[in-house]
Design a binder for this molecule. Structure first.
Ligand code: GAR
Length: 197
């Protein structure tokens, strides 16, 4: 049997989606393993969670690279390749990517976004959905392409917006769905890639 697909999870903060992917990967039947958790900031909370779960947790701090985002990404890319990473899962990685990393991992980099794309790319998705009077919100897993929060959609989960929701209550309910959606969509994605390979 082939080894499981090696996934790197890129984070900037809390890491709850990352944690959900680590938990999912612990199931014997899961087709992916989390080979690395990588953050762009040393204080990313998720680094501790990953290390406690026994997953390599690495910070490639963006600070020493200053405004040279591509040089930072080249350091990230080198770390991923050293570890034989096959697929990247962005999970709250809050830095816009340059064409370097996007092109290098084309078709092999996924992102999760807290809205029903193409609605509400960018930030403050839940407040914007409530302000617009939407009756539902949700989350999307998509392939990463050059445009921010664009790229082919691989999966979505819908969450009703309740009359007394504010952006916090809605975000919490959507986040629960994010955790399920990301693990399931990533599992399906890597399985399909293997069939094609
Ligand atoms: C998640 O809600 C994720 O969808 C969002 O950041 C949060 C990270 O939480 N990502 C974006 O907004 C990307 N455009 P987490 O660190 O607990 O997974």
């Amino acid at each position: 049997m082939d080894p499981k697909t090696k996934v790197a999870v890129l984070i900037s903060g809390r890491g709850s989606n990352m944690e959900a992917l680590i938990r999912a990967a612990q199931a014997p039947s899961c087709p992916f393993q989390i080979a690395l958790v990588l953050a762009n900031k040393p204080d990313a909370k998720g680094l501790e969670i990953a290390a406690e779960a026994g997953v390599e947790a690495l910070c490639v701090d963006q600070k020493p690279f200053g405004k040279d985002r591509e040089a930072h990404e080249r350091a990230i890319d080198a770390a991923l390749r050293e570890r034989g990473v096959e697929v990247i899962a962005l999970a709250g990685y809050m830095r816009i990517l340059t064409p370097f990393l996007v092109d290098a991992w084309e078709g092999r980099m996924l992102n999760i976004h807290p809205s029903l794309l193409p609605k509400y790319p960018g930030l403050d998705t839940h407040a914007r959905a409530i302000a617009a009077g939407d009756v539902e919100a949700g989350c999307t897993v998509h392939l990463v392409t050059a445009g921010v929060d664009e790229g082919p959609i691989l999966g979505q989960a819908h969450v009703p917006i309740l009359p007394d929701d504010d952006d916090h209550t809605l975000a919490a309910r959507v986040l629960e769905q994010e955790h399920k959606l990301y693990a399931a969509t990533l599992a399906r994605f890597v399985s399909e890639q293997r069939i094609k390979a």
